[in-house]
Design a binder for this molecule. Structure first.
Ligand code: SF4
Length: 267
C-alpha cells in the first residue's frame, strides 16, 4: 500500500525565479525505504519539506495515506502528522538547546496527550543505542552523533507509519551511498530539482543508467561540491556530461520501469 506519494510536484521559493523542485513524482509503499541522493542544492531538502507539508507546492499533489494534503482540514492534518515524523538534517538545531533529553523525548507524548514514563523514554533511547543516563542532559552535553540519535528516538516515540529523514547520517562518519545501499529499497537520484534516475536500490547503485548517477556511484564527484548546472530547456547535466550531444538541448523525461532514467542517449 502506498503510504506517501508526490505527483508532478514543483516547488519555488517566493524570491526565486525558478523552481527548486521540478515535476517530481515518487511514492513509498509500506515497508519500503526511499533514499534521495544528490549533491548540495539538488532539491532534496526542499522536496522533503514540501512532502512534509511545510512548504506549499507551486504545482502538483502531496499525498499521505492516499489523502491530498491540500484537501485536509487542520484536525485531519494533526492526526496524520502523528503518522509521518520528520528528522531534520542538523542535530544541532533539531533539538531545542534548552530542553533536556528527557524533555525533548517527552514532547511528542505531551503534544498528543499520551502517557509516558522514564522507562518508556529510556527504551526509546535503547532503540537508537544511546544509554538512558543521558536523559537528564542538555543537547550541548551530547556528541553530534548522539544528538542525531536522540532526534531519531523522538521521531520514533509515537510509532509513526513513516519517517522522513533529512541527511540522517550526516553526523556519522560513514559514506552516504554505502548507507543508502544498505538501508534503502528504492533510490531516487535528484539533479537540479529533477529526478534523473529512480528504481530498486540494487539496480540503481550497481547498474546506474544515468551519467550523473554513474559519476556519483563511482565517486568521480563529491555529492557535496557544487558544480555547474545548465539552464533549461535541455538536460541540466549537459555541461558536465561526457556524452552530451545536440539532442541534449531538449529536457529529457524519465523512461523505463521499474528502473527509470532521464537520459535518452546513454542506455
Ligand atoms: S541527456 Fe545528454 S547531457 Fe543529459 S545525461 Fe544524457 S547524454 Fe548527458
Amino acid at each position: 500500500m502506498t503510504v506517501l506519494s508526490v505527483e508532478h510536484l514543483s516547488v519555488r521559493y517566493p524570491a526565486q525565479p525558478e523552481d527548486v523542485v521540478r515535476d517530481v513524482s515518487l511514492s513509498v509503499a509500506t515497508g519500503e525505504v526511499l533514499g534521495l541522493v544528490g549533491e548540495s542544492g539538488s532539491g532534496k531538502s526542499t522536496l522533503l519539506r514540501a512532502w512534509l507539508g511545510l512548504l506549499a507546492p507551486r504545482g502538483g499533489v502531496v499525498r499521505w495515506n492516499g489523502r491530498a494534503l491540500g484537501a485536509l482540514d487542520s484536525a485531519e492534518l494533526r492526526a496524520l502528522r502523528r503518522q509521518v515524523q520528520p528528522v531534520f538534517q542538523d542535530p544541532q538545531t533539531a533539538l531545542d538547546p534548552r530542553l533536556t533529553v528527557r524533555q525533548a523525548l517527552a514532547e511528542p507524548f505531551r503534544i498528543h496527550r499520551e502517557p509516558f514514563t522514564d522507562e518508556i523514554l529510556g527504551a526509546l533511547l535503547g532503540e537508537v543505542q544511546v544509554p538512558s543516563d543521558v536523559l537528564g542532559r542538555l543537547p550541548s552535553a551530547l556528541s553530534a552523533g548522539q544528538r542525531q540519535r536522540v532526534a531519531l528516538a523522538r521521531a520514533l516515540a509515537l510509532s509513526p507509519a513513516a519517517l522522513m529523514l533529512d541527511e540522517p547520517v550526516s553526523a556519522l562518519d560513514v559514506s552516504v551511498l554505502a548507507v543508502v545501499g544498505t538501508l534503502a529499497t528504492q533510490v531516487a537520484v535528484l539533479f537540479a530539482g529533477r529526478v534523473v534516475e529512480v528504481g530498486p536500490a540494487a539496480a540503481v547503485l550497481k547498474a546506474p543508467r544515468h551519467p550523473y548517477t554513474r559519476q556519483l556511484v563511482t565517486a568521480a564527484i563529491e555529492p557535496t561540491i557544487e558544480r555547474p548546472i545548465a539552464p533549461e530547456p535541455g538536460c541540466a547535466f549537459r555541461l558536465r556530461c561526457p556524452h552530451a550531444q545536440a539532442s541534449c538541448g531538449q529536457t529529457p523525461a524519465l523512461s523505463g520501469a521499474p528502473h527509470a532514467s532521464a537520459c535518452p542517449v546513454v542506455k
